[in-house]
Design a protein. Sequence first.
Length: 307
Amino acid sequence: MKLSHIRDILAVAEAGSLRGASRKLGITQPTITRSIRDTENELGQSLFMRQPHGVVLTEAGHMFVRRAVAIQSEVRHIFEELEQAKGRFVGQVSIAVSAAASISIVPTVLQKFYKRFPQALLRVSESLLQPIESDILSGEIDFFVGPLYENRAAAGLTVEKLFDNRRIIVARRGHPLASATTLEQLQGAAWVRPSFSDRRDEADFEAIFERAGLPLPNIVMHSRSATVTVLAIANTDMLTILPIQWLDEFALGGQYIDMIPLEQPLHAAPVCIVRRGDLPLTPLAEGLCDMVRGAGLNYGMRLSAGR
């Protein structure tokens, strides 16, 4: 089996058709067909099921692709690391960040990264950890920056805490409950329950009231959009709970929305760097990781100081 066979099969799996893979790779369909046939003959199993409008992976095909993605990522890392060891910082770095990390860390890092590595390609996706754990393990994503709930990470991943995050109660400017200092004083309000990424957001929202010994609030709106949530808060008397970084993101503090400062802070999952534990990052990715580490630690210090 050749690396070109792996390349061709992954392209077909992603495109869902030979024609799409041919366009993506710039090679002929017969060449791709031979790659698939040769690989299937070597393995003794079919990787694709042909359909009228394309192809889909068989069960064996899914198993092949899962391993092949890791192989292709490591081959790319080999070439990039060798080039970077010569002082030529070319290639790419792929990271996933949570919304809170994208606000508090990424803007600080971008200018430094491109000043130091002007020829590099940076790929950034927004996610929580759980959906992309397998991508970190396969090498598709170099590392993740964001909250780590209950210190849970898949086997093979290492965790480095950057800072303890916190949440805030958010209301429109001039809200009648703006002077409240406890959750109990907010019990009569209507609430928006945000769930921007997964069900864990909802569970965390409810747990805040349970830990305070209070009944669940009057939830009148569920929102999977940060923008819609903030607009709803800015234009009604509804309240919500968000990571403190959202005030910076929307630059609305003091104009449209503001926080209700409670006596007891609402803690959130710590923001961490999560990466593979069995292989080092490329020099380029390690350089970015160092920048993220510095920016995260500095932000955590400002947050602890009451910023």
